[in-house]
Ligand binder design. Sequence first.
Ligand code: FE2
Length: 587
Amino acid sequence: MSPPSSTDLKKTKSKKNKDHHYTDVHGLPCIEKIVASVDETPEAISTNISGTIPEWISGNFLRNGPGKFEIGNNKFNHWFDGMALLHQFKIAGGQVTYKSRFLGSDCYTANSENSRIVVSEFGTVAMPDPCKNFFQRFLSRFELPKASDNDNVSFVTYKGDYYVSTETNFMHKVDPETLETKEKVDWSKFIAVNGATAHPHTDPDGTTYNMGNSYSAKGAIYNIIRVPPTRTMPENPKETLEGATVVCSIPSVDKARPSYYHSFAMSENYVVFIEQPIKMDLLKIVTGKLRGKGISDGIYWDPKLETIFHLINKQTGKLNSVKYHAKALSTFHQINAWEEDGFLVMDLCAADDGKAINNYIVQNMRKSGEALDEVYNTMCRVFPRRFVLPLNADKETPSGQNLNTRPDSTATATKTAKDKVFCTHEDLHDEELHTYGGLEFPQINYAKYNTKPYRYFYGCGFRHLVGDTLIKMDLQGKKMKVWEHPGLYPSEPVFVPLPGATEEDDGVIMSVVITPNKDKSTFLLVLDAKTFKELGRAEVPVNIPYGFHGTFNSTMTHRRCDSKFLASINMSSNSLTCEASIAALSL
Ligand SMILES: [Fe+2]
């Protein structure tokens, strides 16, 4: 059965919802193999190339995601729970090899040794050891949940080193060449936080910012974290997060029910914490084991609440007293943010409903027919939006008038109380994006345009539970370019700049395309970022599940990509920087 076309989707949009954010589609193809367990491929294998992989691309395209959904007779419940499988597409001289390795986490080792799930994950609670007696098993249900080190969300960099991350307090350093698991890192050993997001942001000098919660008798606290750009002891390769500090701490108004956040926005001078109405019921979470429920059972959407944007000055750590409010929205990924003419412009992917997270259970993703359509149609579509926050609003600012005087945006910002500005967004798309199911997994030319005015972003269209198209959005005119093919499911697109690039979209887009209904034909896709036309693909003769996030680790100038060098040319040390550095220096 072929997937519904854009025209079908347009025709079948629900007429009940004027914003068209829910669908009424029928006939979605089953994609159950997208969450099928696979074996690792630890030795590099060659790929079958069609078209042309540009010879200037030299490096490792690294991807992370779940790769094992069963341990013995136990099954993980939620998509986010599968054991982390790390993928590497090594690209050099127009050729591509592939390898993958399961992360050597403590939970992977313990699960493997016991042939059952022994560490609880987001949506899966580990059952008591059947070898214990009844009383011991009963008591074990009262233990507090232990944090998992199953870092299956993203590849990130700190001080130029590569890590895999999830949202607990544990990360692992990973060798991007061998995919070997190295140091296990516990954030709480360095600063008073109980975790950090898998989406840090990096400043041009390599300083990295992140956010993480801490919990005390006074309740939950949101913390802004800073990690220095270089090792405190340059000769110590085992150094990890030494020197990390908490820049600012923000107490949750509801002490026992803080907001869940997957990421945050960052401009040149501010971190923007988005306190959204996806809430975490801490009591439910800590008693989950007792009730046989995972952490996901304690996550809920409260549409009665507004969304609050908190601004934190990166240099002073001062929390802005003015709060920017918006109607209830959920957001997982930010696109970009920058300051200009007294405004902070913030682009993000958002939905009017925050219940989707609990729909991504493995059982739902393996459904077919009407049951699958129903899962999809109950999920609110996600769209790119812009908010414009007036930075100069204070007690003298008059109420009741739109403070957004920028002529290029229809977003509004109106002072409604002493320290409150209420904001409405501008849609960063036109009607056409509705026919592609909205957009998620946004990416930009990060190395040169993060925290700066920009023109293009890229993402996946979502006419299914996972991405089924790749989209390039031109913010000048909000025009789209689309790559699509029935039966193919591309993952998050990553932009890699052309050496010597002069224009924002000079480069390529890379994406791993999954073929759930065709065996062993997953491929690395390379598109010309400017035209969005396919340049080439490298087909891998193994099956790969759909993953979450990744990055490109350039090896072209690897030896020169130390933080001191990058700082000297005022570029960031994130994973895309080597290419951008070349561009900056016109090497
Ligand atoms: Fe993410």
